[in-house]
Write a protein that binds this ligand. Structure first.
Ligand code: UDX
Ligand code: UDX
Length: 475
């Protein structure tokens, strides 16, 4: 039993950043700990308004119920950052850390601008003792910088800094938060680590709460994402060989995945991985390795991203090549725009790259996604055509306006289409009436299944020419 007064005083939590990580994580803490006040703050007032409304900014199965239970009881969303910092004794930082687009390390290093601003603001508003928790994924030894900023700018406060990376995956966030494989807490002060462990310990078995030093915790998050992404790139590399040789990548994945040393997860070949984390974190790892002079290690990990770019490019090239080497003025139905199913997130979605390649070939695209709004689809496409100064040429602007339409009905997307490209593995695509789709389409009716979700035999029997990932095309 620990008798420290610091450990026994009531916990009040604040989280800076109400995004895909901050929002769901804090909602789960508030749900599981009704006696702990949890205040989530964000600079973006529109996002806060959404968290306070019936339509949350993040689509996650089960999240509505979690938020509804705790909001108004012990869970608050607001833009009152200073008040929230002042009133809490555990402060999570969950702001985004995008890849730097300028200056030293551009295209690789993490942009830590928001982290530094948060640390300065925490230092300015704090009194007494606070625990500052890095929730955002950060380069190793960022905690050192955070500590220095806090301690040098603080007027009347002391701090402990902890690293507590989040391992939730989008689409399964609620389940991942409810029953995580592990919770990782890195820190120097055992009292501070214990204090945070007590919060998670309310619903997570203690043996699943791992404690490490700060640097191991920071590096473990980068390493976990790098290993997961590496598995996807490994099976995607094999998918290219399958297409060339007549092997079937899903059969190969099943055969190797039953080896308990390899395991079955993260072996689903696809059009490429997306999401806000994998690419960013690997590039970050590569940058760190280069910084420490570890050139071979950097090259090894960079290959995971190179393979992913190759997989996306290969898919769009296959579409063009198969459709008689031209898709100009042809209508292609794009099924799915999110980076994976069960999320409305489109960050780094492979769909963006495929659509860009097809638009460059002057195809006409009709996009259907059950969760991503039209505005977001258009803004992602505009962003991918911008030059390094953020400018969008008139030609590209017009191309998107005239050649992209977004529809709310999957069957409508197939009307008069020359081809369908499945880019997200939404469950509803598995049960589509392929006969009805076939009647709507031009002939030959091409299908490019970038996620291998369609019932291939049924679609082939119906008369489609089906091109799956990691299998030779069949008509
Ligand atoms: C998280 C992590 O924090 C990131 O490091 C990880 O690699 C990916 O997941 P995520 O929650 O997905 O980021 O990001 P996002 O949905 O963009 O949310 C971040 C929020 O922080 C935004 O709502 C943004 O408005 C807010 N923010 C950003 C602030 O409130 N203050 C800032 O200074 C910067
Ligand atoms: C990932 C990590 O899984 C999570 O632990 C971390 O906290 C954040 O980054 P997320 O990006 O939300 O989570 O989703 P994830 O399920 O990992 O998928 C990432 C990408 O890989 C998606 O585009 C997905 O479609 C793709 N993928 C995943 C495959 O192509 N094949 C697979 O077998 C698995």
């Amino acid at each position: 039993m620990i008798a420290s007064p610091f450990l026994n005083s009531p916990i009040k939590i604040c989280c800076i950043g109400a995004g895909y990580v901050g929002g769901p994580t804090m909602a789960m803490i508030a749900k599981q700990c009704p006696d702990i006040q949890v205040h989530v703050v964000d600079l973006n007032q529109a996002r806060i308004d959404q968290w306070n409304s019936d339509v949350l900014p993040v689509y996650e199965p089960g999240l509505d119920d979690v938020v509804r239970e705790a909001r108004g009881r012990n869970l608050t969303f607001s833009s009152r950052v200073e008040t929230a910092i002042r009133e809490s004794n555990i402060i999570f930082i969950a702001v985004n850390t995008p890849t730097k687009s300028f200056g030293i390390g551009a295209g690789r290093a993490a942009n830590l601008e928001f982290i530094e601003k948060c640390a300065r603001q925490i230092a300015e508003c704090s009194t007494g003792h606070k625990i500052v928790v890095e929730k955002s994924t950060l380069p190793v030894r960022t905690a050192e910088a955070v500590k220095r900023i806090l301690n040098s700018s603080a007027k009347d406060a002391t701090f402990d800094v902890l690293s507590n990376p989040e391992f939730l995956a989008e689409g399964t966030a609620v389940q991942d938060l409810l029953q995580p494989d592990r919770v990782l807490i890195g820190g120097e002060s055992s009292e501070a680590v214990e204090r945070l462990a007590q919060v998670y310990g309310r619903w997570i078995p203690r043996e699943k709460i791992l404690t490490t030093n700060l640097w191991s915790s920071e590096l473990s998050k980068l390493t976990a994402n790098a290993f997961l992404a590496q598995r996807v790139s490994s099976i995607n590399a094999i998918s290219a060989l399958c297409e060339a040789t007549g092997a079937d990548v899903d059969e190969v994945a099943r055969a190797i995945g039953t080896d308990s040393r390899i395991g079955p997860k993260f072996l689903k070949s696809s059009v490429g991985f997306g999401g806000s984390c994998f690419q960013k974190d690997i590039l970050n790892l590569v940058y760190l390795c280069e910084h420490f002079g570890l050139r071979e290690v950097a090259q090894y990990w960079e290959q995971v991203v190179i393979m992913n770019d190759y997989q996306k490019r290969r898919f769009s090239e296959r579409i063009v090549r198969t459709m008689f080497h031209t898709v100009s003025d042809k209508k292609i139905a794009i099924w799915g725009f999110a980076f994976k199913k069960d999320t409305n997130d489109t960050r780094e979605s492979p769909a963006i790259h495929i659509c860009r390649d097809l638009l460059e070939e002057r195809a006409r695209l009709v996009v259907y996604d059950p969760q991503v709004p039209e505005k977001q689809i258009r803004s992602e496409l505009e962003a991918c055509f911008q030059d390094s100064n953020g400018r969008l040429s008139e030609t590209h602007k017009k191309l998107i306006e005239t050649n992209v339409s977004v529809v709310k009905d999957v069957y409508v997307s197939a009307q008069e289409a020359h081809a369908i490209a499945v880019l997200t593995e939404w469950d509803e695509f598995k049960t589509i009436d392929c006969g009805r789709v076939y009647e709507e389409m031009r002939r030959p009716a091409f299908v490019f299944d970038g996620r291998n979700v369609l019932d291939r035999k049924a679609w082939l029997d119906r008369g489609f020419e089906v091109h799956s990932i990691g299998r030779p095309g069949v008509s």
